[in-house]
Design a protein around this ligand. Structure first.
Ligand SMILES: [Fe+2]
Length: 326
C-alpha cells in the first residue's frame, strides 16, 4: 500500500470492500483511516441470528424493534438490561465470533478478541442514557483502546441511514478538542461501567470522553449495511451513533480485535488526539487458546498511574454488568 497523500486526503475517508483482501490488508487499511466493508457472509448472518433469537426472547411477546411503543422505560430496561450480558458472555457468542474471523482468514495464533457489545439505540429519545446511551462522537482510543484495536460493527435487524453509525471525514486525521484526558480505563472499570442501569433518561454523567468543540457543520458518512455485513474500522476513527428517528429501536453488535505482532512491532493507527491513560489490552484473549497478551506487550503500551482503587480488567461476574460502554 502506498502512503502517498494528496493535500485533500487529510479530510477524506476511504470506503473499500473487503472482497479478496487478506486480514493484514484489512487491518492496515483501517489503521490508515479506511472503512472496510465486509458483505454479509454465512458466519456473520449466524452471529446476528443468534443475537436476534436472544433479543426476541427477551422482548416476547413484543417485536423487539417496536417494543418501545408498548413498554414503559423501566419495563424496557428490565428486558434490555439482562439480554446484553447474556449475549456478551454466552459461550456460543464467542464461538460465533471466532467462526466469523476464521471465515475472513484471521490467524488464530496472533489475533486477540474482546467480548462483543450488544447496543440498543432507541428511537426518538425514548432511552437517552445508561443501557441505551447514544454514543456522542468519539474515538475508542479516547477510551484507552490501543492503536492496534480494530472494530467490527453489524446491525442485528434491518436498518437505514436514519438509525446508523456515522463517521467524520474532516477529523479522520485531524485532532478535535476532547475530554479524554479525564479518562482512565481502570477507574472506569471500577466505577462508571457497572452503573449503566442506573441511567435511563437524561444526561449520562459517567465521565464519558467526548468532543469539547463543535463540529456539526463538517459533514459525516452514514454507513448502512445489511444484517450480517460488517464495517471494519480503527479505534482511532471518530464515530457516533446517529440520531434514531425511524420509530424503531436499533440493535447492533460490535466487537474488537488486536493483532499481537503489530502490538509487538508498535504498528497501528496514528492516535490523532488521544489523552486517555491506561490500556484496554488486557481485555483481549487469543483466539486459539483464550490467553491474554504477554505481560511485556501490555506493559509497553500502558500509561498513567495505577492506584489501589482501580480495576485493571472489568469482571462482570462480580457486578450485574449492563454493558453500556463504548
Ligand atoms: Fe466506539
Amino acid at each position: 500500500m502506498s502512503n502517498q497523500t494528496r493535500p485533500d486526503d487529510i479530510h477524506a475517508i476511504e470506503l473499500t470492500l473487503a472482497n479478496g483482501m487478506t486480514p493484514e490488508e484489512m487491518i492496515l487499511r483501517a489503521y490508515d483511516g479506511a472503512l472496510v466493508l465486509v458483505p454479509p457472509n454465512k458466519a456473520g448472518i449466524e452471529l446476528c441470528e443468534f443475537a436476534r433469537g436472544l433479543i426476541e426472547e427477551a422482548f416476547a411477546p413484543y417485536e423487539p424493534t417496536t417494543a418501545q411503543h408498548h413498554l414503559t422505560v423501566d419495563e424496557f430496561v428490565e428486558r434490555a438490561g439482562p439480554v446484553k450480558p447474556r449475549f456478551i458472555h454466552h459461550p456460543e457468542t464467542r464461538r460465533l465470533q471466532k467462526q466469523y474471523l476464521a471465515e475472513l482468514g484471521f490467524d488464530p495464533d496472533r489475533t486477540y478478541l474482546d467480548v462483543p457489545r450488544l447496543r440498543v439505540a432507541s428511537s426518538d429519545g425514548y432511552l437517552t442514557s445508561g443501557i441505551g446511551h447514544a454514543q456522542p462522537a468519539h474515538r475508542d482510543t479516547w477510551w484507552s483502546a490501543p492503536k492496534q484495536q480494530i472494530q467490527f460493527w453489524t446491525p442485528v435487524f434491518e436498518m437505514s441511514r436514519y438509525s446508523c453509525m456515522e463517521f467524520f471525514p474532516y477529523y479522520r486525521a485531524t485532532p478535535i478538542a476532547n475530554s479524554s484526558d479525564n479518562f482512565n480505563i481502570y477507574r472506569w472499570n471500577a466505577t462508571g461501567r457497572k452503573n449503566a442501569a442506573n441511567y435511563r433518561q437524561g444526561d449520562d454523567k459517567r465521565g464519558i470522553p467526548q468532543p469539547t468543540e463543535d463540529f456539526a457543520a463538517t459533514g459525516s458518512v452514514q454507513v448502512v449495511l445489511p444484517v450480517g455485513s460488517m464495517v471494519i474500522f480503527s479505534a482511532d476513527q471518530l464515530h457516533a451513533t446517529s440520531k434514531n428517528t425511524t420509530g424503531k429501536t436499533r440493535f447492533s453488535i460490535d466487537f474488537r480485535i488486536v493483532d499481537s505482532e503489530h502490538v509487538r512491532d508498535d504498528i497501528g493507527a496514528a492516535m490523532v488526539d488521544n489523552h486517555s491513560t491506561g490500556t484496554a489490552l488486557r481485555d483481549f484473549r487469543r483466539i486459539c487458546d483464550d490467553t491474554q497478551l504477554p505481560a511485556e506487550l501490555i506493559a509497553q503500551n500502558d500509561s498513567g498511574e495505577i492506584s489501589d482503587d482501580m480495576v485493571l480488567v472489568f469482571k462482570p461476574e462480580e457486578t450485574p454488568a449492563l454493558e453500556a460502554a463504548k
